[in-house]
Design a protein. Structure first.
Length: 296
């Protein structure tokens, strides 16, 4: 039973890791926590269901179109809202509060927009990406969807790692996140890189929504899953992509084990308990960078 719970926790932890990655990519490039990331996950689930049921697309085409539309939506929000709200103060510390408020406002706007659609009040669930009979390993049972989630999550994480380390765009994104002023001085289009970071993060949230919607009931409040992504980011470190992956898996496993040994009702408070524990013992997270003083 413990091994079954551990493997199930790893599956959910991979989804949490993708959400955490979408948060960290934006944070590293703009110093802003995207509080609308959960609503991006929710919108992706409903968008995928719309494309499958009403437009009759097959699953692979639906996935590609959903992720593309989410990428475009994130980039458009950055360009039309955040960039206009803060103007030339985009990189200033005084602009961080307006940007955070903008993401909070976007989360409420998306949630309210979904609620006005009558069909969203019904119990909905996205069909699984991988269907078929379960797979048995001795006494452990895994659904094909769970195996598919792990495979897709691992492939996405490998692609991100390779992209950030070995491509020109990835290196430009890293330079923008580390030192925007120096990046601009050497000719990197900082604003364009920030727009791309928002698009990439939104695309990751779209993948998370497609993977998560078959396992959870789709409701307008589905965006509350962002707290699990934030918890995974804090555990791993808000500045570490690898830490987010490990933090998401740790969170998923701990949740399931607490559900077995303590109480199923305790699962809901587990992320908040882990957040408080990590902030007290290691504020920078397991793999986060230490705070450094800079001479002004």
């Amino acid at each position: 039973m413990i091994l079954q719970a551990t493997l199930s926790g790893i599956v959910m932890g991979c989804v949490y890791a993708l959400i955490a990655l979408s948060l960290v990519i934006i944070y590293k490039s703009t110093d802003v926590v995207n509080f609308a990331a959960g609503e991006f996950v929710m919108i992706a689930g409903y968008l995928g269901l719309l494309l499958l049921d009403h437009f009759g697309l097959n699953y692979p085409l639906m996935v590609v179109l959903t992720v593309t539309l989410m990428f475009a939506f994130g980039a458009l929000f950055e360009r039309t809202a955040l960039n206009k709200i803060v103007g030339f103060k985009y990189a200033a510390e005084a602009a961080l509060v307006p940007m955070v408020v903008a993401t909070i406002g976007l989360s409420f706007m998306l949630k309210g927009a979904v609620r006005v659609i009558p069909s969203t009040e019904e119990v909905l669930r996205l069909p699984p990406l991988f269907s078929g009979p379960p797979v048995f390993f001795a006494n452990i049972v895994l659904q094909r969807q769970d195996i598919g989630i792990v495979i897709v999550a691992v492939l996405v994480m490998i692609a991100l790692t390779l992209g950030f380390n070995f491509t020109a765009i990835g290196k430009a994104l890293r330079a923008t996140s580390q030192n925007p002023r120096a990046a601009a001085l050497i000719g990197i289009p900082v604003k364009r890189m920030r727009m791309m970071a928002w698009g990439l993060a939104s695309g990751l949230a779209g993948i998370s929504g497609i993977l998560l919607s078959p396992k959870l009931l789709m409701t307008p409040d589905m965006g509350n899953v962002v707290m699990l992504g934030i918890a995974a980011s804090i555990v791993g470190g808000f500045t570490s992509l690898v830490g987010c992956v490990i933090g998401g898996i740790v969170l998923g496993v701990v949740q399931n084990l607490i559900g077995i040994f303590v109480s199923p009702q305790a699962i809901a408070v587990t992320p908040f308990f882990i957040i408080m524990l990590v902030l007290v013992m290691r504020p920078n997270g397991l793999f986060g960078e230490a705070m450094r003083l800079k001479k002004v």
